[in-house]
Design a protein around this ligand. Structure first.
Ligand code: DX5
Ligand code: ZN
Length: 229
């Protein structure tokens, strides 16, 4: 993957949907390369967000953005093709939602997308070992999925450290992403623990000055990432 690390991936879940185009444009003009799309079905998680039509709209608004699609849905295999057609570059599925995870990951790749696996706060990093060689990205949830604006769960830092250690030991190349409660107070520490990609919803879109917040988060992520080379 040709990507400049670390990556800040704003989640449009926290955007003002009446001004979605304008807010995505602000992100892109501020140097953002990834946009994070949160798909919720009201079953796997208690909330409903949006589907492929909005992902397709984001693709139209930002043709050059890398679209990072996070599926918080049951039966993700049923919808992989729809999200790939909508313009997803990478599709992540939850370990907890996939009884045949290896097959689902193959399905994502066959649809031309990069692959990601996600774990909830109560799921151990160790459970991912068998799938790690087959994924491009591992997403560690640092809140219980379903809603933006929740408090960061501190024990997630240890999970990033564990995953980073496994990645080094096994000489693997997947990216480590974190999602939930990320902001100026924790991003540097998470970067120094081995995180490559930072999802940020509220801390970007609820900021009074979005470009300034993007700049602040990016600089802090870079400072932390520099510590681990
Ligand atoms: C939570 C979603 C997150 C969410 C992050 O289920 O996966 O991507 O939008 O929002 P903040 O950054 O507000 O915690
Ligand atoms: Zn997400």
């Amino acid at each position: 993957m040709n990507v400049d690390l670390p990556v800040l991936a704003p989640s449009i879940l926290a955007a003002d949907f009446s001004r979605l185009g304008e807010q995505i444009d602000i992100c892109m003009e501020s140097g953002i390369q990834w946009i994070h799309c949160d798909i919720m079905d009201g079953h796997f998680v208690p909330n409903i967000s949006y589907g492929p039509a909005i992902v397709s709209t984001v693709r139209d608004i930002a043709p050059d953005a890398f679209l990072d699609v996070h599926l918080m849905i049951e039966n993700p295999d049923q919808y992989v093709e729809d999200f790939a057609d909508a313009g997803a570059d990478l599709i992540s599925v939850h370990y907890e939602a996939c009884p045949h995870l290896h097959s689902t990951i193959q399905n994502i790749r066959q649809n031309g997308c990069m692959t990601g696996v996600v774990i909830n706060p109560a799921t151990s990093v160790e459970l991912l070992r068998p799938i790690l060689p087959d994924v491009d990205l591992v997403l560690i949830m640092s809140v219980n999925p379903g809603f933006g604006g929740q408090a960061f769960i501190e024990s997630s830092i240890k999970k990033v450290q564990q995953l980073y250690q496994i990645k080094q030991e096994e000489d693997l190349n997947f990216l480590i992403e974190i999602d939930g409660g990320i902001g100026p107070d924790n991003i540097e520490k998470l970067a120094s623990a081995g995180t490559d990609v930072f999802v940020a919803g509220s801390s970007v879109f609820k900021a009074s000055d979005i470009p300034a917040r993007i700049d602040e988060l990016t600089r802090k992520a870079q400072a932390g990432h520099a510590l681990i080379g």
